[in-house]
Design a protein around this ligand. Structure first.
Ligand code: FES
Ligand code: FES
Length: 132
């Protein structure tokens, strides 16, 4: 049912934790299941130099957040903004259809953290206006 990559990221999630002096922090909840994901971003010159997450949720949510952090680390804030839940799920070699909403949580956590950063620093990030 679950790909090797999902199992790997669930068992050994990357970038778990907090960044105390994060430049952007996002927290989102999934209304369908009550799971919560928190994401911390460290940003220098518009590049995400560090990212950590904490997820209180199912295995797919943990695997999705782990993969999402790997995908945005080192990317510009504008490129991170373009990462969709489908891209996260594809990078995990797929999720079962009933678990696709777990990857939505990862996409939203990134956007929520970027939104926090853009508000605090008065920085424009393309596409973020739709999320706010
Ligand atoms: Fe969240 Fe499954 S409903 S753990
Ligand atoms: Fe809730 Fe996965 S079942 S995020």
């Amino acid at each position: 049912m679950y790909s090797e990559k999902v199992m790997d990221h669930f068992r050994n999630p990357r970038n778990v934790g907090e960044i105390p002096d994060a430049d952007g922090v996002g927290e989102v909840g999934n209304p369908k299941c009550g799971d919560i994901m928190k994401m911390y971003l460290k940003i220098e010159d518009d590049i995400i130099v560090d990212v950590k997450f904490k997820t209180f949720g199912c295995g797919s949510a943990i695997a999705s957040s782990s993969m999402a952090t790997e995908m945005i680390k080192g990317k510009s804030i504008n490129d991170a903004m373009k990462i969709s839940n489908k891209a996260v799920a594809e990078a995990l070699d797929g999720l079962p259809p009933v678990k696709m909403h777990c990857s939505v949580l990862a996409e939203q956590a990134i956007k929520s953290a970027l939104l926090d950063y853009s508000k605090k620093n008065n920085v424009h990030i393309d596409g973020l206006e739709d999320f706010d």
